[in-house]
Design a protein around this ligand. Structure first.
Ligand SMILES: [Zn+2]
Length: 263
């Protein structure tokens, strides 16, 4: 499953153990995952330093060092971090390996090369260069309502537009819309204040619930659409039939009974 905000938040918490530990060595096992930086620069900037903390904006993980640089990880379609013991025995798909003091190894793995490991001068500079909108969990209610009312885009496309709201991808955008009872193709600016309000609260609840279950779809409540993402499945709310349609180039799952189309 493609990592979205809840997955990356779980990854961030897993990686947090690396904070304050000296980075003894960086091994780049596959340079293709590096973006706009050479393996030499990565080693030069990170080896011998320590991470000061961890941060996340949407689907991006940041590891700012105690110096003036931050490692940036984007998990793309298939990435994940993994701790392992023996340096000579990294996990399958490990592309970047950090050996920390105490001989702990942290690998960043990508099955497919659709992700990136990069460096930034600061989180803020990276955010503005990448035109990343505020994280879905820190965006305030008023900004959310304004984003909706000032766009005529289908609401699903808006929820997934990382320059407006960072963090939601195809699966969680569908979940938020399902639980809010809103059809994915509804023009954003046609939603009422009340609907926008409900969607905002739902978005927070869905994300928090998912993080609590380590973003494992099989452990999410049975009432979640995520448990029923197949064409013809029964809607967990009304017993109707879950439909699959393409909107804005992505497959959307929704219940036409619970999520009525609005113009
Ligand atoms: Zn339904």
């Amino acid at each position: 499953m493609m990592p979205e905000l809840p997955d990356v938040e779980v990854f961030r918490r897993d990686v947090h153990k690396a904070v304050k530990k000296k980075i003894d060595r960086i091994t780049i096992l596959d340079r293709r995952i590096l973006r706009d930086v050479s393996d030499r620069t990565v080693r030069k900037k990170l080896e011998g330093t320590r991470f000061a903390g961890t941060d996340r904006i949407g689907k991006f993980l940041f590891l700012p060092t105690e110096g003036s640089t931050a490692a940036v990880v984007h998990f793309g379609m298939s990435g994940y971090p993994a701790w392992f013991d023996k340096k000579e025995d990294p996990p399958r798909y490990a592309r970047v390996v950090l050996t920390l003091e105490g001989k702990k190894n942290l690998a960043f793995c990508w099955k497919r090369m659709l992700g990136r490991f990069s460096l930034a001068d600061s989180i803020d500079s990276y955010r503005s260069k990448q035109h990343l909108g505020p994280d879905a969990m820190t965006l305030d209610k008023k900004a959310f309502r304004e984003a909706l009312s000032s766009s005529h885009k289908p609401v699903k496309a808006l929820l997934m537009d990382q320059s407006t709201i960072s963090g939601l991808g195809n699966i969680y955008a569908d979940e938020v819309l399902f639980q809010s009872g809103i059809h994915p193709a509804t023009p954003s600016d046609s939603l009422s204040q009340k609907e926008a309000q409900k969607m905002f609260t739902t978005m927070h609840r869905v994300i928090e619930t998912s993080v609590r279950h380590r973003a494992n779809p099989d452990e999410l409540p049975e009432s979640y659409l995520i448990r029923h993402r197949s064409e013809g499945a029964s809607c967990p709310k009304c017993g109707g039939t879950v439909k699959k349609r393409r909107f804005s180039g992505r497959s959307s799952y929704f219940c036409p009974k619970c999520q009525k189309k609005q113009e």
